[in-house]
Design a protein around this ligand. Structure first.
Ligand code: PGA
Length: 292
């Protein structure tokens, strides 16, 4: 072989953040050392992997191919390390987890249980919306993914592990808050606050109202559940949110759940991974905690 695992590791770090400086920080190396390693890898491979246009770095087609292979090879090595550690009676290693933004209200408590049981495992948690989680899934960037519906077309194994009902919320003094059996048309007369495009919560909300044949008036689009909650409390509109995101506000009387027919929307949390991928010891241990 013309190049080493270390070179692949360094290249992966540069390719991930498209920055020599950030890769150097992450790997505890100097920036020139990282730069030299990448240049040597390019010389050994015989084609440029990274190009600089203006101030930005871009991966060449060869760079993208090397990045994908480096990811697979290094994940396999990490998996092997964990298996060997397990044979010595220790579970140690790294768990890379990507979860949709809404799951950040659910996953940390489960991670608490997991980390207490497996103190030798470091966890890297990425929180982003559904669309971005699916991109990470397609690029095989993490060990496991947590979403509100399994990735449909990506060839996934998925296990359901908890309920995730979606509720329609309003300020407690809202005119609809005291009415029972509201129809979709009743609530659609009021302005709605929506998550950004690519959000799983938004997709589920749009599907529900589309199925009822009722168009929604979206007053504002906000990129986070927290921002939506604050805007609903401020009286800017109604919103559909995962019940887990509003537990505290409901308990303290800052928000009320509206009695909309067909709601709560019954949804679940799924943990998923690419079909055929061999789970690392850490990933399997986390799936076991989720489904226990
Ligand atoms: P979101 O996903 O955080 O992107 O809205 C939630 C879900 O998929 O249920």
């Amino acid at each position: 072989m013309r190049y080493s695992l270390r070179q692949l590791q360094i290249f992966r770090a540069v390719a991930q953040g498209l920055s020599y400086t950030r890769a150097a920080e992450a790997l505890n190396l100097t920036q020139p050392a990282v730069f030299t390693q990448v240049r040597q890898l390019e010389a050994q491979i015989g084609s440029p992997l990274i190009e600089r246009i203006g101030k930005r770095l871009y991966l060449t087609a060869a760079g993208e191919a090397v990045q994908a292979a480096a990811r697979t090879v290094l994940q396999e090595i990490e998996r092997l390390d964990m298996e060997l550690a397990e044979m010595r009676g220790m579970v140690r290693g790294r768990l890379r987890l990507a979860v949709v933004s809404t799951a950040k209200y659910d996953i940390p408590a489960r991670l608490g249980v997991f980390c207490a049981a497996h103190p030798g495992i470091d966890v890297a948690l990425t929180v982003t919306n559904r669309e971005a989680v699916l991109e990470r899934f397609a690029a095989n960037e993490d060990d496991l993914y947590v979403l509100g519906t399994p990735p449909e077309s990506l060839g996934a194994e998925a296990v359901r592990f908890a309920e995730n009902p979606l509720v329609l919320v309003a300020p407690p003094d809202h005119a609809l808050a005291r009415q029972a059996g509201l129809s979709a048309a009743d609530v659609a007369r009021w302005p709605f606050l929506m998550r950004e495009a690519g959000s799983g919560t938004r997709i589920a909300t749009e599907q529900f109202f589309a199925a009822q044949g009722v168009p929604l008036t979206v007053r504002m689009e906000l990129g986070a559940n927290e921002a939506i909650k604050q805007a609903v409390i401020a009286g800017l509109g109604l919103a559909v949110l995962s019940r887990g995101t509003v537990e505290l506000e409901l308990r303290h009387g800052l928000l009320a759940v509206l009695d909309l027919r067909g709601f709560p929307l019954r949804r679940h949390w799924y943990v998923a991974w690419p079909q055929g991928k061999r789970l690392s010891v850490a990933a399997q241990a986390f799936v076991d905690v989720l489904t226990a």
